[in-house]
Design a protein around this ligand. Structure first.
Ligand code: FES
Ligand SMILES: [Fe+2]
Length: 425
């Protein structure tokens, strides 16, 4: 079988994983896994917000005990938007007629009813979990699976940067880009860590793992760079060095659809730097973040419309890599046309993800068992010159320092996108 035929076959099935609304098969599949949906620090006590995830609307709020609650967007009485209501303890009271719902969605008060029928009313609510600076939610039906943890990020003797951005295209374009190492030398050609000849087809290998797909690049001298894709939408990689004193970082990404043409990347980065060096790096980054007054998404628009070129952009932008990936991925169209594409051998990572996804979606449609994806300690990224970050003294438990590293314009743009702000459409 030639690569072209293989690629063509997977391309023809490709529509299945693109749409993730509540009545779609990819949506049902993604909803079987915990997903990050918000930053912990963005959700104030007692201030409910509308939240849009996978084409579905919710209300997210933090009760007075600090508990994070995620419910249906609308009141079961007569449907007003619950984010306009009041938080009382950990309960939510509807703005319209004051029905009150506890943190699990049980109706506890119907003020205008002489004979209340609370016991027959339930506001749909979803389990949440705060972890490493992010709020995760389980949006599926039935019991939530065990919450997957990443102990190496919990007890880390260095900085863990918590980050995210909005990309205005279908989430699957970003998944595919992760296992597409041949883009690095072109899209990020000005990066000091970009390499010539990286990612020629014969040097790239994709192999299914117990967690997803292991993607290996073998350099001409035999050195390996190994990255781990985790089903259904996670990536664990060594990231390119951006600061002399830091070197390679380890990064964990999740790509979560807001709708079919917009998604969020949430990420955690382990940065092996401590003490004065950490403070210097962070201060330098803070200053570079503060200089960003135009979101990279809007710069990307100008480039794709031909108004400016990438070479016109200030190369000291801290989000330059992100802008470069915006150009490539949004440039494919909000939803890339996979029927028109011509994949080659260097696209084997892209094909591997599609094949794995399509197999699971077919199994789900036919009622066959799905693969139980798990990550053992051996499923970690590796790279030359990267020895794994220090985990501290064996006798002490290191304290992870979490740092939100988003520029303010990015925060503003993503909060608008997560609210379902129609201006993005
Ligand atoms: S619509 Fe919510 S109480 Fe009436
Ligand atoms: Fe990239």
């Amino acid at each position: 079988m030639t690569v072209t035929k293989l690629a063509g076959r997977t391309s023809a099935q490709a529509g299945n994983f693109l749409k993730t609304g509540p009545d779609t098969s990819a949506g049902a599949y993604l909803r079987q896994f915990w997903q990050p949906v918000y930053h912990t620090g963005d959700l104030a006590v007692g201030r409910p917000v509308p939240l849009r995830i996978m084409g579905e609307s919710f209300t997210l709020y933090r009760g007075e005990s600090g508990r994070v609650c995620l419910t249906d967007s609308r009141c079961p009485h007569r449907g007003t938007q619950l984010s306009s209501g009041w938080v009382e303890g950990d309960a939510l009271r509807c703005f319209y007629h004051g029905w009150k719902f506890d943190a699990d969605g049980a109706c506890t008060e119907q003020p205008a009813e002489d004979s209340s029928f609370c016991d027959r009313i339930k506001l749909a609510s979803h389990p949440t979990q705060e972890y490493l600076g992010l709020i995760f939610a389980f949006l599926g039906s039935g019991d939530a699976p065990e919450f997957p943890t990443y102990p190496e990020f919990e007890n880390f003797d260095g900085l863990v940067e918590v980050d995210s951005y909005v990309r205005e295209c279908n989430y699957f374009q970003n998944l595919e880009n992760a296992l597409d190492m041949s883009h690095v030398a072109f899209v990020h050609r000005d990066n000091m860590a970009s390499f010539s000849n990286i990612g020629r087809g014969a040097q790239l290998q994709s192999e299914e793992s117990e967690w997803g797909v292991t993607y290996t690049f073998t350099r001409a001298d035999g050195q390996l760079r190994i990255q781990q894709f985790g089903m259904p939408n996670i990536f664990y990689m060594t990231a390119l060095p951006t600061d002399g004193e830091v070197g390679w970082q380890e990064s964990l990404f999740w790509w979560v659809p807001i709708d079919d043409v917009t998604h969020m990347q949430f990420s955690l980065h382990r940065v092996a730097v401590a003490g004065d060096a950490a403070r210097e790096v962070e201060e330098r980054h803070r200053q570079r973040r503060a200089r960003i007054d135009l979101p990279h998404q809007r710069v990307c628009d100008d480039i794709l419309r031909g108004k400016i070129a990438l070479r016109d952009v200030d190369t000291s932008r801290i989000d330059l890599v992100r802008l470069q990936d915006d150009i490539a991925q949004v440039g494919q169209g909000r939803i890339a046309d996979r029927d028109a594409e011509r994949p080659g051998r260097a696209d084997n990572g892209v094909i591997a993800i599609r094949r794995t996804w399509n197999r699971e979606l077919s199994a789900m449609a036919e009622g066959r068992p799905l693969k139980n994806w798990t990550r053992s300690e051996s499923i970690v990224p590796k790279a030359w010159g990267f020895t794994g970050a220090s985990r501290g003294d064996a006798n002490t438990i290191p304290q992870t320092v979490l740092l939100d590293i988003r520029p303010q314009v990015e925060v503003d743009l993503q909060l608008a996108a997560l609210r379902g702000d129609p201006t993005l459409e």
